[in-house]
Ligand binder design. Structure first.
Ligand code: MN
Ligand code: MN
Length: 460
């Protein structure tokens, strides 16, 4: 009998915090631990250097593994990340975050510790599911493992590294993302979409150095004044993004898609409370979810170069950079949106007739992901989840961005599915992160059945 709880506890004890370079040794230990486990299962494992460095150290390596090589079987790529968010007892944890603790809450058993939900629980469940299949002597599919160690730090080097090594993995017929949670605590969850992103910097340069406002106030054109005027015009009074053409490629809402929102239980008040929100732009729960998941948005994040300390400083900043991001949806092209945004900001600036200098930078772009919920990967997963848990699984999207999913879909020419493992209330990234033992064991069982089920399906 393979025990995911024991395996998870071992993983949690290794603080593989990617944000902390002093933990690089722990990350290395973690990836080698997983390698050894996979080698015991008969896999060929390759720990490959991250292609990205910060000039001093390389970022954490990626683990690639192959298990099974039957050309008549489907080949599934399993994605998770072995790094975790930082955590300190002083942050307000009840117990040491890297000392796993099993505790009963209202008759349910939970494992507490950093990474239990995100993403070591899913790794433990996956490895145990595969281990049981190996022990039973029959692999229903060929497995390929892609475990990165930089996800919590923005997936540093993921694309470069996988692009360099993906051929070693061979042909892939389907991609399983094991890095999400259920939407609620009561029903299993599948994710079928994330938004994309275009992050922009609006730089306005005036004088060569900062100017005393007693000297310059009233006699020089101030860069901050230009910037604030531009920022104030990016969204209108109805919260619509004003960039011309911004909505042109947004996929229309079909009746089938709209129906997916009917069976999602979502409590607006609870949502507000748990996120510390005082007000929302709509009181209609379905509209709110659509605005978060399937409609694009624009947010202003900050102004680099602005005076932001306590107290008053009478300075006119010489150069300011406004930071703006847009969350994007099917079928918006992040690069095209970045260009439309740049053109628009240049036009707004021109209208100001300012002698200052404007430069618009695209700081980052990332693709949205849309996994077709009628795809056979989803159809089979829904059936198995329904059977195992006795509840209809919830199909949800997210307003956030995981650009590596569409990247892998394109690289491998295969579709992806995201199967939730832990529960909504597990506190991923937060204090006292946990996972319910029932979810861990359930994920192992569900994955095992899913792999067996997919042996009878032609994925590509
Ligand atoms: Mn994660
Ligand atoms: Mn995370």
């Amino acid at each position: 009998m393979v025990d995911p709880v024991a395996l998870l506890k071992e993983l949690v004890r290794m603080p593989s915090v990617s944000a902390d370079p002093s933990r690089a040794g722990d990350s290395q230990r973690t990836v080698e631990f997983i390698r050894d486990r996979l080698v015991q299962l008969g896999a060929e494992v390759n720990i490959v250097d991250n292609e990205k460095t910060d000039g001093v150290r390389r970022y954490n390596p990626m683990l690639l593994a192959r298990l099974g090589d039957d050309p008549d079987k489907n080949t599934l790529a399993l994605y998770s990340h072995y790094d975790v968010q930082p955590a300190l007892l002083e942050d307000g944890w009840d117990t040491e975050p890297f000392e796993p603790l099993e505790r009963d809450i209202n008759g349910e058993s939970y494992i507490y510790g950093r990474g239990t939900n995100d993403d070591k629980g899913p790794i433990a469940a996956t490895l145990c599911a595969v281990e049981e299949l190996v022990q039973e002597g029959s692999l229903p599919v060929n497995f390929r493992f892609i475990y990165e160690g930089e996800e919590e730090s923005g997936s540093n080097g993921f694309e470069e590294t996988l692009r360099k090594h993906h051929e070693w993995l061979g042909k892939i017929d389907g991609i399983l993302i094991l890095d999400t949670s259920w939407f609620t605590d009561d029903a299993p969850g599948l994710d079928y979409g994330f938004r994309g992103l275009a992050y922009m910097g609006i730089e306005i340069q005036g004088p060569v150095k900062d100017v005393h406002s007693g000297l310059g106030g009233g006699i020089i054109p101030e860069p901050m004044d230009d910037l604030v005027k531009i920022l104030s015009r990016l969204v209108d009074g109805h919260n619509r993004v004003t960039v011309p053409g911004f909505y042109d490629d947004v996929a229309p809402l079909t009746p089938e898609e709209k129906a997916l929102y009917d069976n999602i239980s979502f409590d607006l008040e609870q949502f507000k409370q748990s996120n510390g929100l005082n007000a929302l732009l709509t009181d209609d729960p379905k509209q709110l979810l659509m605005d978060n998941w399937r409609n694009p948005s624009l947010s202003i994040h900050g102004i680099e170069g602005a005076f932001s300390e306590k107290g008053g400083k009478t300075v006119i900043p010489a150069k300011v950079i406004g930071k703006v991001s847009m969350r994007l949806v099917p079928n918006q092209d992040p690069k095209k949106i970045a260009e439309l945004f740049t053109d628009y900001v240049e036009k707004l600036f021109k209208d100001l007739k300012s002698p200052n200098r404007l430069t618009v930078h695209t700081m980052a772009t990332g693709d949205w992901w849309y996994g077709d919920p009628s795809h056979v990967l989803y159809e089979k997963a829904r059936g198995i989840l329904r059977d195992y848990w006795g509840v209809e699984p919830t199909l949800t999207r997210s307003g956030g961005s995981i650009p590596i999913i569409p990247f892998m879909e394109k690289l491998f020419g295969a579709s992806a599915i995201a199967i939730g493992v832990g529960q909504n209330s597990d506190g991923a990234h937060s204090q006292n992160e946990r996972i319910r033992v029932k979810n861990l064991v359930g994920a192992k069982e569900v994955l095992k059945r899913y792999f067996q089920m997919l042996s009878a399906v032609k994925l590509s």
